[in-house]
Design a protein around this ligand. Structure first.
Ligand code: UTP
Length: 294
């Protein structure tokens, strides 16, 4: 893990069934939190971490994500003609100039591990980040704090190890997450002893749950290739990380600074939307008044 983080993979080929019927045609990652789609928050976090190559693992139906980051000639020309410079900058600013977007197809939804493996030809043998856009992580009152992925990339480089984001969840919810058993190093980081996928609360070794951010070495691809389908018949990223742990003995769990919103379900998306609305002084009075009325 000696190189700084340059490449980040966004696995976005899932079916998004929890948002049907909207996700019949709208990719889950294009659902907006106020005026920005979830994928934009994820991309901003990756760029903040230093990435200049973004790899989107999509499926054949999700053209909207590629369209969103592409040039919108007609719209841009119209905005320019009308002198709407601020809007033009917003439309053109979805991806900074020095950053390139590469799209890879996952032919079948065979699991998160399989989706990450699809990015192998682009990532090669260097350390890379994985960001699941439905976990929106916001740090600082206006999002101006260090992004979760940047915090993790710095730790990965300093410690020469893979780093996985974790968060404490209620004990009753361990069966929704990968759970780690880890030895504390300091306030935020711990050395993982082992990981279990979705244990019942009574069997869970802790309440430290794996959430959607990873910094991994290129070696994970070989391990993913050897990974057989696990829970739910899917190729699990967790299983390959477990193999990495056996091999290298050092993978870190990191309790990031920031607030996570699980926008993969309706309640999380509502919370994220309310949170963002309360960060916008022009919306605060309306939101407050409306909530009181409710
Ligand atoms: P989820 O478990 O949230 O599944 O995937 P999903 O299909 O997106 O949503 P639901 O559960 O049906 O509502 C976690 C992440 O892994 C990606 C998803 O796009 C999401 O970012 N993923 C999952 C893939 O890219 N490919 C897969 O085969 C599975």
């Amino acid at each position: 893990m000696s190189k700084p983080l340059r490449k980040v993979v966004f696995p976005v080929a899932g079916l998004g069934t929890r948002f049907l019927p909207a996700t019949k045609v709208v990719a889950k990652e294009m659902l907006p939190v106020l005026d920005k789609p979830l994928i934009q928050y994820a991309v901003d976090e990756a760029v903040d971490a230093g990435a200049d190559t973004l790899i989107f693992v999509t499926n054949r139906y999700k053209h909207a994500i590629a369209d969103y980051f592409d040039k919108a000639y007609e719209l841009e020309a119209k905005l320019q003609e009308k002198g709407k410079d601020e809007l033009l900058a917003l439309v053109q600013g979805t991806l900074p100039r020095h950053v390139r977007a590469i799209f890879v197809t996952q032919p079948e939804a065979l699991g998160l591990g399989h989706a990450v493996l699809c990015a192998r030809p682009v990532v090669g043998d260097e350390p890379f980040g994985v960001v699941l856009p439905d976990d929106l992580i916001w740090n600082g009152p206006t999002g101006s704090g260090k992004g979760a992925l940047r915090q993790m990339a710095e730790l990965a480089e300093a410690q020469q190890a893979g780093v996985i984001a974790v968060e404490e969840v209620p004990h009753s919810e361990t069966d929704k997450y990968g759970i780690v058993d880890a030895t504390r190093i300091d306030e935020r980081s711990a050395l993982i002893r082992y990981m279990v996928e979705k244990p019942k609360p009574a069997d869970a070794p802790s309440n430290l749950a794996v959430v959607g951010r990873y910094v991994l070495p290129g070696r994970i691809f070989q391990l993913l290739e050897q990974t057989t389908p696990g829970a739910g018949g899917e190729i699990q990223l967790t299983d390959a990380i477990e193999a990495l742990l056996m091999e290298q003995g050092k993978v870190l769990a990191y309790r990031f600074e920031g607030t996570r919103f699980d926008c993969g379900n309706k309640a999380g998306l509502v919370r994220a939307t309310m949170h963002m609305a309360m960060q916008d002084p022009t919306l605060v009075p309306t939101v407050r008044a409306f909530l009181q009325q409710l």
